[in-house]
Design a protein around this ligand. Structure first.
Ligand SMILES: C=C(C[SeH])C(=O)N1CCC[C@H]1C(=O)O
Ligand SMILES: [Zn+2]
Length: 597
């Protein structure tokens, strides 16, 4: 292969990036059509576009692999060559590629269209996850009703997809091997561009485990007081159907069962929203105004015209929230089945974070229109939400009247935050530790289901309400496992977001070390052009530079680091250690007995 002049190389990549952008545009249009109208025709049409483009992506990767672009003296050319030579499923032959996309989209269709029967009216089998089942999991205090919805959902959304999942594991393994990866897990890990990433991940988890054990112990103790010793064990795993979420990934929906200071009740922000005639549109407008207050990009008119922000009543849609980049004319959209409450107020900001990222890096060549670390993309919206959910900000938008919390209310609020941010960590860790083990054949197929629950117990101390065996198959009851969405990005985001928050709060003059009035949980960066400038710069690079380089420019750090997270929650952590020892709360848990030994 001859050496190519840098000018020729630049012209080659310019042309190929424009073709790649067009392919992305086609793919996302076809995928959006299917996701906003789940029919088999739309599913097949989407797969056909994917397959056609996979052939082009494979040819491009092979052309680059047989060149010496990776030796160019131009670092940008070398980086583009590195990224574009990474083949995923497009390495498969057409028959295998189609079979893989069929398996994934069939699991997604099942997830999107699963309905369950009502506990109180068994002949009504029209209940959907959003909003019906989630509403019951949040508000019912009847263990039998909660167990009913848990089992209905896992049996219908999970077990029925075992064969599709097995096909997915087989074909992603074949694709990984065609790309000289040891496993599909190793293909996923390469996107963190850090050979040390898995070790760092384990280290972060171990650092946060003591804090999680304090929360887990306290919640189990208070839940046992409420539901009694027949329902909640003193020292065992917490039955997950009591925790307010189908996957027990956040427990804040049932915080009223274990508020640290119940004499200091939470403001019912949802009631306030209803009282003020809040609409779904209003939630999105508030999010848009926040980014504009930072001097960042406003949502373009096409966003408002083409997004799908409430569940339509005339067709099936994939309700799981997602943000979409159509790689053309600032066409960015959100698809979600929004309700007017605090949970969706948070999700709106999470998704608008993706949208802002798309807008900030849209000038990059197609290959670099992404995040340099998958955790960054999932952290942006959450960082804004850390300001929005502060008492200071909620008062400034008229949703509460107390913008300055006393110590007891502060502990209550920190506890509510920890029930989503800290509780999430063992869940996020397990989602991919489990799939890594499956992809690496460390768990054999006959043990896939018991291995899943064994890991949920080992890492998070939660268990199903009823016994499960390997005749069941529960992992596809979680959206990301159906949709081939890697999950450690969310774990990493839960750590990165506090590093970003600390940097932005400092720039906004809202945080100063050892200043009790300017703590991380009392920071609201709304209106700070200084913070907005730094965030815009950080996002605008896309994946054109290594994540450690752009992180260092943004926060001064070069690693994922739990210090900012632990600083944010420190008052709560200290309170829990004292309270748990005062009450004699046992910490830790043993093996679950809900799977055969
Ligand atoms: C909101 C989204 C779409 Se990117 C999501 O899937 N999230 C956001 C938090 C964690 C994860 C989940 O729901 O499991
Ligand atoms: Zn996200």
């Amino acid at each position: 292969s001859c050496s190519v002049s840098t000018l020729d190389a630049r012209r080659f990549f310019e042309r190929e990036n424009e073709l790649l952008r067009q392919r992305y545009h086609e793919e996302y249009l076809a995928s959006y059509t299917y996701n906003t109208n789940v029919t088999d025709d739309n599913r097949q049409a989407m797969i056909a576009v994917y397959a056609r483009n996979a052939v082009q992506n494979k040819q491009l990767a092979q052309k680059i692999k047989s060149s010496d672009y990776h030796l160019s003296e131009d670092a940008d050319i070398r980086r583009q060559a590195l990224h574009l030579s990474k083949m995923g499923a497009s390495a498969l032959n057409t028959e295998d590629y189609l079979a893989l996309q069929n398996a994934i989209s069939s699991m997604q269709s099942n997830y999107a269209t699963t309905n369950v029967c009502s506990y109180t009216n068994r002949s009504d089998c029209s209940l959907t996850l959003e909003p019906h089942i989630q509403e019951r999991l949040s508000n019912s205090r009847d263990p039998a009703e909660l167990a009913w919805y848990w089992r209905e959902w896992y049996d219908k959304a999970g077990t029925s997809q075992k064969d599709n999942f097995a096909e997915y594991v087989r074909l992603t393994r074949k694709a990984a091997h065609l790309n000289d990866h040891r496993s599909y897990a190793d293909y996923w890990v390469q996107f963190y561009e850090d050979a040390d990433f898995e070790r760092q991940l384990d280290a972060s988890f171990k650092q946060l485990l003591p804090f999680y054990r304090q929360i887990h112990g306290y919640v189990r103790y208070r839940l046992r007081q409420h539901y009694g010793e027949d329902v909640v064990p003193a020292e065992g795993n917490i039955p997950m159907h009591l925790l307010g979420n189908m996957w027990a990934q956040s427990w804040n929906e049932v915080i009223d069962l274990f508020t640290p200071y119940p004499e200091k009740p939470f403001v019912d922000v949802k009631a306030e929203m209803v009282q003020q005639n809040y609409t779904v549109q209003k939630l999105f407008e508030l999010g848009d105004q926040f980014f504009q207050s930072l001097g960042m990009r406003a949502l373009p008119p096409s966003f408002w015209n083409l997004s799908l922000i409430t569940r339509p009543d005339d067709r099936q849609v994939v309700c799981h929230a997602s943000a979409w980049d159509f790689y053309q004319d600032s066409d960015v959209r959100i698809k979600m089945c929004t309700e007017v409450d605090m949970h969706y107020f948070f999700v709106v900001h999470h998704e608008l974070g993706h949208i802002q990222y798309y807008l900030q890096y849209e000038q990059q060549p197609a290959v670099f229109r992404g995040a340099p670390n998958p955790g960054f993309h999932e952290a942006v919206g959450d960082v804004i939400a850390l300001s929005v959910m502060s008492a200071k900000h909620l008062k400034s938008i008229g949703l509460t009247d107390n913008g300055r919390l006393d110590e007891k209310s502060r502990i209550n609020e920190l506890f509510k935050q920890a029930l989503s941010k800290i509780v999430f960590l063992p869940f996020g860790y397990t989602m991919d530790k489990y799939r890594y083990a499956v992809f690496r054949n460390e768990i054999e197929e006959p043990q896939w289901n018991c291995g899943f629950w064994q890991m949920r117990s080992e890492y998070g101390g939660v268990e199903p309400p009823v016994s499960r065996t390997d005749k069941d198959f529960d992992p596809p009851a979680k959206y990301h496992i159906d949709a081939d969405v890697e999950y450690l990005r969310y774990f990493a985001a839960h750590i990165f977001q506090f590093q970003f928050h600390k940097a932005l709060c400092s720039l906004a003059g809202q945080y100063a070390p050892n200043d009790s009035r300017r703590t991380l949980d009392n920071c609201d960066i709304f209106g700070s052009k200084e913070a907005g400038r730094a965030l815009s710069k950080f996002l605008s690079h896309g994946s054109s530079r290594h994540w450690k380089e752009v992180l260092q420019e943004f926060t001064g750090e070069t690693e994922m680091d739990t210090s900012a997270l632990l600083e944010y929650f420190d008052p709560l952590y200290q309170w829990l250690k004292q309270e748990n020892s005062r009450l004699g709360v046992p910490l830790g848990w043993g093996e679950t007995n809900k799977i055969p030994t």
